[in-house]
Design a protein around this ligand. Structure first.
Ligand code: GAL
Length: 504
């Protein structure tokens, strides 16, 4: 018996040892191409605070966080990191990191309290002017997201993303942004993760505005977001591009959907279906042909028919809209965090939902190391796989990683697991660039600092910097991961340990 136990332990030890050795042997030393963009990110509602200061209007998040039971610990973004007042300190943190860019978002209701042109809030514009000028004075380029989920509440009261009028309203807001900041901002992201807006906000209801019509609303919302994105891109082309010479794209989330059994054709199809529903939903119309992916069209049409509906729950674009939508991204922004295992699962259409429309079962391998967030497990190999999927699916168009990171629950300063995560994910991305020829142009870590993590409040922390949320001054302290990222940026990748050029 004891011999047996010993043997098993020895085998386990050896296999564990083998696994880590193999990963180590696999480590690729090298640098990213010259001019590679290095950035870190935040979003307005997650860091700014000052929720009702200086003429800002309420957003759907200001309202949602006040509904009982929605946010862990009843937390709000009312103050959060108070970046509205502490932005100069944020810029100094960025400078120490050595980033070339800073990704932040503009709060639509801070500059247009009602979401339309009736009132323009000059104090709000002044805040972003101060931030942008401070960045530039410190040699950091702004990378600006126009919509990171904080819709003006006044627009939601008229139906929000369900009401087609929003296309013109969003374009009006985008015009104000280009006009006011476009002389200095050359990197624009129209939307952050529209899938979360559509499914989280209007389908499952776990995000603001918290509506729950999972079979219909997500498709209507996404339809209006795609039209708003395209209209903004065309506006830039027609009125601003020649003079301002910037680029405009969109940021999409992507989990790496790995076939559960790579040898099973059914699992491979399920994985592809899930990726098309997730990423292709937006990237296909915007970069391929103005239409939803074929597999999405056939799945949702089929399910709608089975329900006895005469028209599909997935709307159609008109021919004119297709022409306007196709070719409206100078780049795709990729938010990559984790992987799933995909296999087919026949789903009943009742009740209909964006999830059941896919006929896919998505799960995670319990052996994958966990993080502070239930949905996020350490899966570095997926980073390379996703970049290769994008390369093949979208003709190797320019990609920027606009978010990547990992959470814990305590905000520890000695965050060795975050260092490991960044090291291994970044190395897989480096392989994608150097060994596979993927057109990855830049990398953004999420996040500059611990902040308001949506429905999870302050219970999940992704920061390179710790923030003490009980101190009114909100001091920021660098974690070990901040020092690690600064080193990778200084080296533009991973120099061999014995390299003389190693900068430290
Ligand atoms: C993304 C989102 C960020 C951040 C991150 C970590 O989906 O864009 O705002 O919350 O996830 O969960």
């Amino acid at each position: 018996m004891s011999t047996c136990v010993c043997l098993v332990s020895l085998l386990l030890l050896l296999s564990g040892h083998e696994a880590s050795r193999r990963y180590e042997d696999d480590f690729y030393y090298g640098t990213f191409p010259d001019g590679f963009l290095w950035s870190t990110a935040t979003a307005a509602y997650q860091v700014e605070g000052a929720w009702n200061e200086d003429g800002k209007g309420p957003s759907i998040w200001d309202v949602y966080v006040r509904e009982p039971g929605k946010i862990v610990g009843g937390a709000t973004g009312d103050v959060s990191c108070d970046s509205y007042h502490n932005y100069r300190e944020d810029v100094q943190l960025l400078k120490t990191l050595g980033v070339s860019h800073y990704r932040f978002s503009i709060s639509w209701p801070r500059v247009m309290p009602y979401g339309n042109g009736t009132v323009i809030n000059q104090s709000g514009l002044d805040y972003y002017n101060r931030l942008i000028n401070e960045l530039l004075a410190n040699g950091i380029q702004p990378m600006v997201t126009m919509y990171h989920w904080d819709l003006p509440e006044a627009i939601e009261e008229d139906g929000g993303w369900l009401n087609g009028d929003i296309v013109d309203l969003f374009t009006g807001y985008a015009k104000l942004c280009f006009k006011t900041f476009g002389d200095r901002v050359k990197f624009w992201i129209t939307f952050n993760e529209p899938l979360v807006v559509a499914v989280g906000g209007y389908g499952d209801g776990g995000k603001a505005p918290g509506l729950h019509q999972p079979g219909t609303y997500p498709y209507i919302v996404a339809h209006n977001i795609i039209k708003s994105h395209a209209s903004t891109y065309r506006l830039y082309d027609e009125e601003f591009r020649a003079l301002q010479k910037g680029q405009v794209g969109i940021t999409l989330s992507m989990v790496y959907n790995q076939p559960k059994d790579p040898n099973s054709a059914a699992d491979r199809d399920a994985a592809e279906r899930a990726s098309q529903f997730e990423h292709g939903w937006f990237a296909h119309p915007i970069t391929v042909n103005g239409e939803y992916p074929d597999v999405m069209r056939s799945q949702v049409d089929m399910k709608s028919k089975e329900e006895g509906l005469t028209t599909s729950r997935l709307p159609h674009f008109t021919d004119d809209e297709k022409r306007r939508i196709n070719g409206t991204a100078d780049f795709l922004g990729l938010n990559y965090y984790t992987s799933n295992l995909a296999s087919p699962q026949a789903s009943p259409f009742n009740p209909p939902s964006y999830h059941s429309d896919q006929d896919v079962l998505l799960e995670q391998d319990p052996k994958w190391p966990k993080s502070g967030s239930s949905w996020l497990r350490y899966t570095p190999k997926g980073a390379r796989a996703v970049l290769n999927w994008l390369k093949v699916t979208y003709k190797n168009m320019p990609i920027y990683v606009t978010e990547n990171g990992v959470s814990d629950n305590n905000g520890s300063l000695h965050d060795f697991y975050r260092v490991n995560y960044y090291r291994d994910y970044l190395d897989e991305m480096l392989k994608a660039v150097r060994l596979d020829g993927c057109n990855l142009r830049g990398y953004t870590s999420w996040s500059l600092m611990d902040n308001f993590e949506w429905a999870r409040g302050y219970s999940e922390k992704f920061g390179l910097h710790y923030v003490n949320f009980s101190d009114p001054a909100r001091p920021r302290i660098p974690k070990d991961s901040a020092k690690f990222i600064a080193q990778v940026i200084a080296d533009n990748g991973f120099k061999p340990p014995n390299s003389e050029e190693h900068s430290l």
